[in-house]
Design a protein around this ligand. Structure first.
Ligand code: PLP
Length: 498
């Protein structure tokens, strides 16, 4: 199977090449040329499989240039060795009112990014070997919090790769900051940006598009790549857990093969929910994908009106990993909806670049409305939802998950679909956002540090405090650099001594 660029479908590469490059040279994103389609019997083979085996079955449909052994080794390195604190890797929890919660945060950094970022470095280092690539790879990451740490963990001391992470100085939680600035490894660099996530992301994109900079790097034996969800190797692992959740629902007798289910997804860069869309395209029986946003509701507006407008106030919220105004992966959805019309994609993306706005028109608007239900949730509602879910189920969720849960409730209220089982994607451990969660549970948190709060939350949460979080209390700070967005390229040069 080959991968083509959303901005020029004549650019065609293998999976290994797509994963090494991260982004196409024309600025487009790599997408599979065709989508593999599965049938009932394929689904049925998943039921008795472990998560790792399910992953193999899905991945092998897309990584046709990797050998069976290569894929299996990558999966074993990513999801084996007790890196996840549950053997189910991504377990489904049954709760009241036909809700099930897909817990995606059992990896080393306690957020769902681990699902992809444990696997991507494995896929990438295998790809480097396969293609006889001699350059060293520099992974550039712009993070709204969770990606940075998960990428640092995944790439830490991976041979032939360096990683540089930029995070918005005021835009991440204390725990997230602490996780990043204490990162170990000889191939890692962490830098704070004076700006918000979009400043960091635009900065990284500019560096990727800077041909002179690429030349300078190349002369020194380096090549850029990306661990953001624009990288195909990031997106692919996320398709797996939609299938895995479906198999778990069959196994827990909530559905039978062929029954449709809904997924509610807390959305930022549109990577997670796009993987759900791809699963649906492959033939997984999905009824609706519910796209949940916080006050940065650019996607709610887009999916309901067809008009994308990033010219709006930016809000810092208690679900910071969704504080995003430019959702990069939307480009892949649009490419599919326009039936691979790369010319049209160029026009829209140009317009987004120049004016911050584009409109897909009536024809595509109705397609979007059919596929997605979109809604946004404010801060008060988010806190109330955490409390409500706790009171009803004795189950603690984080603010991102709460946003998705409330959007799911709104979907049920506003449509006549009350029966379809609803799977809420739970994207972060509540311990990672303990101040907001405790506030929601009416616990006074005034003047107490993160680690006291962790222990306080344990009184409500039946699950243990993740080892990676409690270890932060005595971890040594290793990264203190801070810069303006325009200084990012210079920082990289200095780090690489070129
Ligand atoms: C990254 C993240 C999201 C958003 O996922 P996208 O793929 O960017 O849409 C939601 N919740 C948490 C906790 C995250 O870390």
């Amino acid at each position: 199977m080959n991968y083509i660029s959303t901005r020029n479908k004549k650019i065609k590469v293998t999976a290994a090449q797509a994963i090494i490059k991260g982004i196409a040279e024309d600025g487009g994103l790599f997408v599979p040329e065709v989508f593999p389609v599965i049938d009932k019997s394929f689904l049925q083979t998943l039921y008795t499989c472990s998560y790792q085996e399910r992953a193999y079955k899905i991945l092998s449909l897309y990584l046709t240039d990797y050998t069976e052994q290569e894929i299996k080794n990558c999966i074993a390195n990513a999801y084996g060795n007790n890196k996840f604190d549950t053997s189910g890797i991504a377990p489904v929890i049954i709760l009241k009112n036909n809700y099930q919660c897909l817990e995606l945060w059992h990896g080393p950094t306690s957020a769902f990014k681990d699902m992809a970022l444990q696997l991507l470095p494995q896929l990438m280092s295998t790809a480097l070997k396969k293609t006889d690539e001699e350059n060293n790879i520099i992974i550039l990451v712009a993070t709204s919090g969770d990606t940075g740490k998960a990428a640092l963990e995944g790439f830490c001391d991976v041979p032939q790769v360096n990683i540089v992470v930029f995070y918005p100085d005021q835009g991440v939680s204390d725990i997230q900051r602490q996780q990043m600035i204490t990162q170990k490894g000889d191939n890692v660099k962490v830098v704070a940006i004076k700006g918000n996530f979009d400043d960091a992301q635009s900065g990284v994109k500019n560096i990727f598009n800077d041909k002179t900079f690429a030349c300078t790097l190349k002369k020194a034996g380096y090549q850029l790549s990306s661990a953001n969800s624009i990288n195909w190797g990031r997106l692919l692992p996320q398709i797996v857990y939609y299938f895995s959740a479906y198999a778990d629902l069959v196994n827990n007798h909530s559905i039978q093969t062929g029954d449709k289910i809904n997924f509610a997804v807390p959305t930022g860069n549109f990577g997670d929910i796009l993987a759900g869309f791809y699963a649906k395209k492959m033939g997984l029986p999905i009824n609706k994908l519910i796209c949940a946003s916080n006050s940065n509701n650019v996607l709610t507006e887009f999916l309901t009106t067809g008009s994308y407008d990033k010219n709006r106030q930016f809000f810092k919220t208690i679900s910071p990993s969704m504080d995003i105004l430019i959702s990069s992966n939307l480009e892949r959805l649009l490419f599919y909806l326009t039936e691979n019309n790369d010319k049209q994609i160029n026009e829209w993306m140009d317009s987004l670049n120049k004016t911050g706005h584009y409109d897909v028109g009536k024809q595509y608007r109705s397609k979007l409305q059919n596929l997605f239900f979109a809604d946004w949730i404010n801060e008060t509602q988010t806190l109330e939802m955490i409390k409500k879910v706790y009171d009803k189920n004795n189950y603690v969720i984080d603010p991102h998950t709460a946003v998705a849960w409330q959007a799911a409730e709104n979907y049920k209220k506003r449509t006549d679909d009350n029966k379809t089982p609803m799977v809420v994607l739970s994207t972060a451990s509540p311990y990672k956002f303990n101040d907001s969660v405790l506030t929601a549970l009416n616990v006074n948190i005034q003047g107490q540090n993160e680690f006291t709060l962790l222990k306080k939350l344990k009184k409500y949460n039946q699950q243990n405090i993740p080892a990676g979080l409690s270890a932060l209390e005595h971890a040594v700070v290793k990264h203190t650099d801070i810069c303006q967005p325009e200084e990012m390229a210079d920082i990289i040069k200095k780090y690489l001594k070129i």
